[in-house]
Design a protein around this ligand. Structure first.
Ligand code: KIV
Length: 271
């Protein structure tokens, strides 16, 4: 008789408990079935189907072009792979800003068509109505403050945000608002460590940092960046755990050589 090992799924409540216990939360992106299977088996807490798919999967310069249909395609591939992690999906640019009815419609499509567990939206008070409406439908919401790549043309650069007092104060008040509204967590992207420390202390929902220093309750990286698949993206906050670009290139060159020389396939690899 085989004994099936029960997998304890990560929920928003588990994440809240982790913050209370001071246990750090690990989050990574994934966009496809095969890599999501590996990442989930490794024991990651949250998988983000990020709109960074626009960059690393589709080769766009920004996250703006990716569509709701494309996000649903990526999300449903990931959901089919995942047994343990909480799967959060980015609402793409244009699917929630300025119109809470459209925000809810976009969210419902993501939840129904992909089977994901939560959505993430960029912004604070500007998108309050959209967040309220999504939460009222019972869908967990993750916020995203600091550098919000969907607003890149407003900022003009990808440099560190909220260094100035006014912007830092707005970020703090947005974080408090997201918590009051009922978001279950917030991503803090590219802000000074000391500001992250303040936010993490002042709010009880978990903060997940990227380029936001060590004081966040958890960390997130883009999978293709930490695996070294993307080569040219080299911000200071990025720790690369592999150089898969070179590893895959070497393997591919080896394969080409074997095919050209007639070494592959051998007799053992034929029928
Ligand atoms: O789209 C994404 O991958 C993200 C992370 C960088 C947080 O939003």
């Amino acid at each position: 008789m085989s004994v099936s090992k029960e997998v304890k799924r990560i929920t928003t409540h588990v994440l809240q408990e982790m913050k209370q216990k001071g246990e750090k939360i690990a989050m990574l992106t994934a966009y496809d079935y095969s890599l999501a299977t590996i990442v989930d088996e490794s024991g990651i807490d949250i998988i983000l189907v990020g709109d960074s798919a626009s960059n690393v999967m589709a080769g766009h310069e920004t996250t703006l072009p990716i569509t709701l249909d494309q996000m649903i395609y990526h999300a449903s591939s990931v959901v089919r792979a995942v047994k343990k992690a909480l799967v959060v999906v980015d609402l793409p640019f244009g699917s929630y800003q300025g119109n809470s009815k459209i925000a809810l419609e976009s969210t419902i499509r993501i939840m129904k068509e992909s089977g994901a567990h939560a959505v993430k939206l960029e912004g604070g008070v500007e998108i309050e109505d959209s967040i309220k409406r999504i939460l009222s439908a019972g869908v967990p919401v993750m916020g995203h403050l600091g550098l919000t790549p969907q607003s890149i043309y407003k900022f003009g650069t990808y440099t560190v945000r909220a260094r100035e007092e006014a912007e830092a104060n707005k970020l703090l008040s947005d974080a408090r608002l997201l918590e009051e509204l009922g978001c279950f967590a917030v991503v803090l992207e590219k802000i000074p460590s000391e500001l992250t420390k303040k936010v993490a202390k002042q709010i009880s929902m978990p903060t997940i940092g990227i380029g936001a220093g060590p004081h966040a309750d958890g960390q997130v990286l883009v999978l293709h960046d930490m695996l070294g698949i993307t080569k040219s993206f080299q911000p200071r906050f990025l720790r690369r755990y592999l150089n898969l670009f070179e590893t895959i290139k070497n393997a591919t060159e080896h394969y080409i050589q074997d095919v050209k020389s007639g070494d592959f396939p051998s007799d053992r690899e034929a029928y």
